[in-house]
Design a protein. Sequence first.
Length: 351
Amino acid sequence: MTLDYRPLGRTGIKVSAIALGTMTWGEQNTEAEGHAQLDRAVDFGINLIDTAENYAIPPRAETQGATERIIGTWLKARGGRDRIVLASKVSGPSDRTYLRADGRPPRLDARNINEAVEGSLRRLQTDYLDLYQIHWPNRAVPLFGSGRHAPSRGHDGSEVPIEETLEALDALVAAGKVRHIGLSNETAWGLSRFLHLSETRGLPRVVSVQNAYNLLNRTYEQGLAEFHAREDVGLLAYSPLAQGFLTGKYRNGARPEGARLTLFDRADRYLKPGVAEAVEDYLQIARDFGLDPAQLAIAYATSRHFVTANIIGATRAEQLEADLASADVTITPEIEARIDAVFQLRGSPAP
C-alpha cells in the first residue's frame, strides 16, 4: 500500500494524506483498542492524529477527555512524540458546562482557550500541540447539518470577536504550547476574516480547515476549496463515510448491532430526503467497478486537490484495515465521470 504526504499550509510540515480520527476512543473503544489503532496507523505511515477536548463522542461529562487520555498513555508508552503531528481542538460555545472548571458555558475567549489547552496538554502528556483547532465558531452560523443559525452562538450577544480569539491563540504560539492553528466547521467568511487579521495584525496564520466532506456533502467545494490554491489553506476532511451511510450498512432502515446510529441515534445530518437515493447510486458505482463502497468513498475524498488529509475513523480492527486499503484505490476518469453524473442528479443531500 502507498501513502503520500502533503504540505500542511505554509508550515513546512508534511502530513499523511490519510489521518487517524479518534473520537470513539473512551466510548466505543477501550484504551487497548485505541493503542492498537495508533500502532497500526503509525506502522502504515500515518503521522497526523486528530482529537479534541470534547471527545469521546457522543459528548457527555463522564467521558469528556477520555480520548486525549488514551492518546497520552500511548505517547508515554511508545515515545517518539516527534514522529506525530498531533492535532486537538478547543470547543466553541455550547451548554456543556462540564468542560470548564467554573461550570460556565465555554466560549472562545482567552480564559477558556487557556484552560482548554492546558487540559489537553495534561491529558495528552505532551508539552505542545502541532495543530490547535477551533472546533466550531463563536458566531451564529449553521452547524453540523442543522441548516439553521444557533442563537446561543452569537445572536444573544455572546459572540467573541475573531480578533480576540486569534490574540489568545497568538499567546499560546508565543509560549510554545501550540505550533500552528486551524479552524473547523468554518465558513468562507470566517476563514477569510482569520486570514485578513493574520496579515494585517501579524497574528498566527490559519493552516487548515477541518470540515465535513464526503459524497453526500460536497458543499466545501463552493467557496472554501479555492483557499487551497490561493492561500495554501487545505481541508482536513472529516466524516468521509458520512457516519457510515456510504458503506450501505444502514440501507432500508437497517440498524446493525453495535453501529453508531444503532447505539446513539445521532445522525440527523444523514437522515434527510434524497440521502437514501444518493447512497444507492454510489453503491452501484462501487459494484460496477468491483470496489468496496467504503474504499471508494474514502479514496474519492483523499483524491481531491484541495484536501490536505482525509480523517478516517474505525471502531473495529477490520474496519481500520479496510479504510487503510483505500490508499491503493485510484479514482479513474471513468469512476470520476460516474460520480459526477450522480452528483449532478443528487447534489449534496446532507450538507
